[in-house]
Design a protein around this ligand. Structure first.
Ligand code: PMP
Length: 405
């Protein structure tokens, strides 16, 4: 029965061109990566799809730090943080993360998590109790949506970046605790939330602002301190979630906030308490990655990203201007996430397949990850891409535009 039921659902997914396919990467994450496709063929592809925005995932200094961490602390943490899994590597990383965020959040403390998904579940389930109301941006990441669903607090959704609607909802709310929850950089659109206006709303309505900076930490702001720093914000009402498997190049996440918030998460957040701590070696490597992010190499790669973004936008703009009938749209974005909206699922898959033939990997993102009719190529750039890499992508996109026109 179960298998029949699941097979029917799988067929329905396939009928809507929504089947997701796993591919095996056979070499380190980098612009050029050896990948085994669903057909079993192994090929070197030019990748425009990772979230390794600074190209640190394969940095030799990080691989060395990971190995050194394993020699110092072993392979695993052995238990959850509150039992015996909390090592001095975790504690040192938390101090370094708190210092990184301190300009935005006075007296910030930081708490390290195994993944960003768990950090978001932890924050929303612990703080979103029956006394609270959660105000959730409509394009928030799945982990924030699920965290809000698991929380006891009722959830009110506001439209994308619609500060006026949020203002009205907050004004009508009589709950004691109000939590505004937003992505800082929207993961499928690449645009940046108006955090300055959202923080002003939090102050006006005695609310708190939870910011998921998965895609801004390491990329935006001075020394890559993130989107709060990019806006120059500073407030005790800010709760920041940063992930460490994207620009930081390793794995894990952190929550940075007022010490009382952090102390409460340690006591109450089930996604923190009831899980094995990440390997201390991961924390040890992340200390090295914070240094790389803030240092000259980080600066250079962020500067390169800005150049590559401009090159890509100009080139795609020219392709779209030549073929207005296609109906493709490059989403307005100043971040390394540069989505090209194609429209229907089948068309987006076709463009991705044409790029794949040309040796380029840009995945087609389809519903439910994005709204129906807005299937897209989520092009992501890495600080170690070159101008020649962008030229190759543009040439392949021009070919795809011609084929579909
Ligand atoms: N938040 C956002 C906005 C994300 O894009 C992601 C991952 N794609 C996460 C949270 C989850 O982070 P992690 O991958 O570390 O679980």
């Amino acid at each position: 029965m179960l298998l029949d039921h699941l097979n029917q659902k799988l067929q329905a997914i396939a009928a809507r061109d929504l089947t997701r396919v796993l591919r095996e990467a056979e070499s380190a994450t980098a612009p050029l990566q050896r990948v085994r496709g669903a057909d079993g063929q192994s090929r070197e592809l030019l990748m425009f799809c990772s979230n390794d925005y600074l190209g640190l995932a394969a940095h030799p200094a990080l691989a060395d730090a990971l190995a050194e961490g394993a020699r110092l602390y072993g392979a695993g943490s052995g238990s959850s943080h509150l039992i015996s899994g909390h090592s001095s590597a975790h504690a040192a990383l938390e101090r370094a993360l708190a210092a990184t965020v301190a300009p935005a959040i006075p007296n910030a403390e930081a708490l390290f998590f195994c993944t960003g998904f768990m950090a978001n579940l932890a924050v929303l389930t612990a703080l979103g109790d029956a006394d609270a109301v959660i105000f959730s941006e409509e394009l928030n990441h799945a982990s924030l949506i699920d965290g809000a669903r698991l929380a006891k607090a009722p959830v009110q959704r506001y439209a994308h970046c619609d500060v006026a609607q949020l203002d009205a909802l907050l004004g009508a709310c009589t709950a004691r605790i109000k939590l505004i929850v937003t992505d800082a950089v929207f993961s499928m659109d690449g645009d940046v939330a108006p955090l300055d206006a959202l923080l002003a709303q939090a102050e006006r309505h005695d609310a708190w602002l939870v910011v998921d900076d998965a895609h801004g930490f390491g990329v935006l702001g001075p020394q890559g301190r993130g989107t709060l720093a990019h806006f120059g914000l500073r407030s005790e009402r800010l709760i920041m979630v940063g992930t460490l498997g994207k620009a930081a190049g390793v794995a894990g996440a952190f929550v940075a906030a007022h010490p009382t918030v952090i102390q409460y998460l340690i006591q109450a957040a089930r996604a923190y308490i009831f899980t094995t701590a990440a390997p201390p070696a991961v924390a040890h490597a992340l200390l090295q990655s914070l240094a790389l992010m803030a240092g000259d190499e980080g600066e250079q790669r962020r500067a390169n990203l800005v150049r590559l973004q401009a090159q890509l936008r100009t080139g795609v703009g020219a392709i779209l201007a030549r073929r207005p009938g296609l109906g493709w749209r490059l989403v307005a974005s100043d971040t390394p996430i540069q989505p090209l909206v194609i429209g229907e699922n089948a068309a987006a898959l076709r463009v991705a397949a044409i790029l794949d033939r040309a040796g380029l990997r840009v995945p087609a993102i389809r519903p439910p990850t994005v709204a129906p009719g807005t299937a897209r190529l989520r092009i992501t750039l890495c600080g170690t891409h070159t101008a020649a890499d962008i030229d190759r992508l543009l040439a392949a996109l021009a070919d795809a535009a011609q084929e579909l026109a």
